[in-house]
Design a protein around this ligand. Structure first.
Ligand code: PHE
Length: 340
């Protein structure tokens, strides 16, 4: 038996030296220490020996098995430590590496103005309504009391899609849609894109307006003045003043153009306001009785206020942009400045 153990010991030495991984450990255990392993098999051979020798042989085998088990355990611990160290090494993070940059978007200046204006009007109880960009002649012109020979109908200004179908030239047709579908009294603002065949430093073929419409009883120009004064102060500064100048639009009577005190010089006069101290920002007026009538309401009972302002123009004034094309070029170096 001593010889057998010796021979097995030599094999165990060799086998242990070859174990390099958790897998190898498993194999070794099965082969030598497991239920069908060679060391366990020695125990079973004990029966072949005379009774009086068995305790001695048992001791020999036991001490051999204990020593192998101890070596096995030590190796197991070493391999586990090595494997963990390798795992840590492979997952190591270089904290001195620069972080990956996330690209953050910015809100376009025209949209900033649009959002701000909507917020101001929602605060005053207005609903926001989006009209349609393709209109028919009736909504874009006729119902707005714009006669066939009016210059606003000039084919050079209007993008026609088909006869009597066009890209809207202003947001005012939204007034008609509201009057046709909403029950008075109501207050709405309608921001959106409008289209005119025009292209120079101050015009682009597509630009943005916001239309406002209030329908109620006994409205007057004074109400419009109060409304637009609130708008101007919220949009520019609380010190901003407004001024009404008489104007003409077929769909309002009386009609006005509204100036705000120059946001650049505060009204003293500078290049931006061409020395006048005032800058025009919108058109408006008391809704023409004919428009109310065209939509089936009684103009003796219902009155209205309307205005239309250029969002791009307000954005240019507010952010000191001197060419409208800058708003449409998509130049990142400019847009990035509007990141919050
Ligand atoms: N629709 C007019 C324009 O585009 C502006 C306007 C709107 C004027 C509402 C009066 C009332 O110039």
């Amino acid at each position: 038996m001593k010889e057998k153990i010796k021979a097995l010991e030599a094999r165990v030495d060799e086998a242990l030296a070859e174990v390099k991984s958790g897998e190898g450990l498993k194999d070794f255990f099965a082969k030598y220490l497991g239920r069908t392993g060679s060391i366990t098999a020695l125990m079973k051979e004990m029966g072949n020996y005379p009774k009086e020798e068995r305790p001695i042989i048992g001791k020999l085998i036991n001490s051999f098995r204990d020593s192998v088990q101890a070596r096995f355990k030590a190796l197991e611990e070493r391999i586990a430590a090595e494997e963990l160290a390798a795992k840590y090494a492979s997952e190591q993070v270089d904290i001195t590496m620069p972080a990956r940059r996330t690209t953050r978007g910015a809100i376009h200046p025209t949209n900033l103005v649009r959002a701000k204006l909507c917020e101001v009007f929602i605060g005053m109880g207005f609903k926001v309504y989006e009209g349609r960009e393709v209109e028919d002649d009736y909504h874009n012109f006729t119902a707005l009391n714009t006669p066939k020979d009016h210059p606003a109908r000039d084919k050079q200004d209007t993008f026609y899609i088909a006869e009597d179908v066009m890209l809207r030239t202003h947001t005012s047709p939204g007034q008609i849609h509201c009057l046709e579908t909403m029950k008075p009294p109501f207050k709405v603002v309608m921001p959106g894109r409008v289209f005119r065949c025009d292209d120079d430093a101050t015009h682009t073929p597509m630009f943005h307006q916001i239309e406002g419409l209030v329908i109620d009883k006994n409205l007057s120009l004074c109400d419009l003045q109060g409304l637009l004064d609130t708008l101007a102060k919220a949009m520019f500064t609380p010190e901003t003043k407004t001024r009404f100048r008489p104007s003409y639009f077929p769909f309002t009577e009386p009609s006005v153009e509204v100036d705000v005190s120059c946001c650049e010089c505060g009204g003293v006069g500078c290049r931006l306001c061409k020395g006048t101290g005032w800058i025009e920002i919108l058109g408006g007026g008391v809704v023409n009785r004919r428009v109310i009538e065209n939509c089936g309401l009684n103009p003796d009972e219902w009155s209205g206020l309307a205005f239309g302002a250029g969002l791009d123009r307000i954005a240019m004034l507010k952010y000191g942009i001197n060419n409208i094309h800058i708003l449409y070029d998509g130049d990142q170096s400019i847009l990035r400045q509007f990141r919050k």
